[in-house]
Design a protein around this ligand. Structure first.
Ligand SMILES: [Mg+2]
Length: 192
């Protein structure tokens, strides 16, 4: 079985823009290319897991979402990074569109998409990491049976202040990637 790093999209790989659905708004965060190359070289599957409730609210369609994901996939390829798979949750229990109005297991902090990806790619969830800028990302990683990491990009600083000391915290994706690969460094949370 392979190990994976599950990556949140908004605020972790790209600049946080609420309900982003225009490719022009996609902007890679600093250090993302080197971070993903480091993880890939270390043998991790790279899988994006993203909540996209904007679909349920009717702000944009799944086609819009897929267009943005494809654009980001190409941007990352140009950085020498290959994402192995993309998963998204379009649901929300308070969604405006009945088709997507659902209290599902695939919306983080649920671990449904991690489980789905693990089955599809034969992944060892216990040896895998989930990185994101919300505690719900961290919780999804734990629910899946692996390790969750909060990064302080995007909404991360805001979420961190709500519950400091709740888990592993790094300033950005590159510092988290370095720690995962080395497992020898000290993380931001341990320095507080
Ligand atoms: Mg996010």
């Amino acid at each position: 079985m392979s190990k994976a790093v599950f990556l949140d999209r908004d605020g972790t790989l790209i600049r946080h823009v609420p309900y982003l659905h225009h490719v022009e708004d996609v902007q890679l965060l600093p250090g993302v290319g080197p971070a993903l190359r480091l993880l890939k070289t270390a043998g991790y599957y790279l899988i994006v897991i993203t909540n996209q409730a904007g679909v349920a609210y009717g702000y944009f369609t799944e086609e819009d979402l897929q267009r943005v994901n494809s654009h980001l996939h190409r941007m990352l390829q140009e950085e020498g990074c290959r994402i192995d798979a993309w998963y998204y949750c379009p649901h929300h229990p308070a969604g405006a569109l009945s088709k997507y109005r659902l209290a599902c297991d695939c919306r983080k902090p649920g671990g449904g998409l991690l489980t789905l990806a693990a089955q599809a790619h034969r992944l060892d969830l216990a040896a895998s990491f989930t990185i994101g800028d919300r505690w719900s990302d961290v919780q999804a990683g734990k629910t899946g049976g692996g390790t969750g990491i909060l990064v302080l990009t995007g909404e991360g600083r805001k979420d961190f202040r709500t519950a400091p000391g709740k888990g592993l915290v790094f300033t950005h994706l590159l510092s988290a990637a370095r720690w995962i690969v080395s497992k020898g460094g000290s993380c931001f949370a341990h320095c507080l």
